[in-house]
Design a protein. Structure first.
Length: 331
């Protein structure tokens, strides 16, 4: 499907100043205007990467990951390396953060050496606690509660396909997990209608839904949480799914498989969406579990655009949190 041309807006100087030095623990740390400013800049860095080649010269970014990663690690590394900075990766899969040394003491060390801290954790509180102590920005690169960087790239991808997202029918089917939470909040922030279809007992957390509904009341988005996968997908412009069993929940995989079978995104389920609908997945996919090969590899799938946009969206995020947005680069 051909991409629509986007009118790239100048992010307001006030928004750029407001984002400098901030943390991104949850996508709800941002206002709708701030989400839009990050996405506007993401489109600009994708179109004009050379304009930002030295925007983060000599900046140091440290990444502590308690869980595996392909996309998030490499897109953060490529984002900082291509803007003049440097990434330091610390494999934290063998010992949880805070075990050897308190998070407060770690923060007080790290802020003396680096400009930004990127964390992938089990406990969301590990990220919020680090953010509380560190004077430099802390970014959530996935926790058990949220995956805000994924949602930024995904809504950038939706903007490329659909332009303005107000009134777009966005549907997520599957587990009400970290990815689902960040998508739900971002849809509300951008005024997209959001339907979540999950099995009973696997709905998104009630407090996240309440937060999304409060945002939606202001932006005009409709939030629907249901159990019927066909009703969820009916008429959707975009259908999104994620794995049934997230990292850290592997012991539940056998129990979950039959429960999630009716939520598999296959050609039959996709036939209930709008004929122009796109299919989205954060990846990695468990092929022929939550999505069939035919859909994942089919003409409606935009999964590799989403993966590419992780890099552009995170580049924009780093530029803004480190005070080197469009205004700073172009002046
Ligand atoms: N989508 C995503 O976050 O992928 P990784 O787990 O490979 O980083
Ligand atoms: N929900 C998945 C997303 C992986 C990118 C997980 O947490 O494992």
């Amino acid at each position: 499907m051909a991409s629509k041309t986007l009118a790239v807006l100048e992010p307001e100087a006030g928004l750029e100043a407001a984002l400098a030095g901030r943390d991104l623990c949850s996508i709800s740390d941002l206002t709708p205007q701030e989400v839009s400013a990050i996405l506007d800049l993401a489109h600009d860095v994708k179109a004009h990467p050379s304009s930002y080649r030295h925007a983060l010269d000599a900046k140091q970014m440290v990444m502590f990951f308690e869980k595996s990663s392909l996309r998030t690690r490499l897109t953060f590394e490529t984002a900082i390396n291509t803007t003049g900075g440097n990434a330091i990766f610390v494999d934290q899969t063998q010992s949880p953060l805070g075990e050897r040394e308190s998070l407060a003491d770690m923060s007080r060390n790290l802020e003396r050496w680096v400009s930004v801290i990127v964390l992938r954790t089990y406990a969301h509180e590990t990220i919020t606690e680090m953010a509380q102590y560190a004077s430099v920005p802390v970014i959530n690169a996935l926790s058990d509660l949220e995956h805000p960087c994924q949602a930024l790239a995904d809504f950038m991808t939706l903007q490329e396909r659909f332009g303005n997202l107000k009134g777009l029918k966005f549907t997520y089917v599957g587990d009400g997990n970290n990815v689902c939470h960040s998508l739900l909040l971002t849809a509300a922030q951008l005024g997209a209608h959001c339907t979540i279809g999950t099995p009973k007992n696997y709905a998104p957390k009630a407090d996240i839904v309440a937060q999304a509904r409060a945002i939606a009341n202001v932006t005009g988005s409709d939030i629907t949480i249901i159990n019927d996968p066909i009703a969820a997908v009916s008429g959707a412009d975009a259908v999104y799914t994620d794995v049934c069993t997230s990292m850290g929940f592997e012991h539940e995989a056998t129990k979950r498989a039959p429960i999630f079978k009716p939520y598999q995104v296959n050609e039959t389920l996709m036939s209930h969406a709008a004929s122009h609908a796109i299919f989205m997945h954060c990846l990695p996919a468990h092929r022929n579990a939550e999505v069939t090969d035919a859909v994942l590899d089919g003409p409606q799938s935009v999964v590799f655009d989403q993966a590419e946009n992780r890099m552009h969206a995170q580049k924009a995020l780093l530029l803004l949190l480190l005070g080197a947005g469009k205004k700073a680069v172009k002046k």
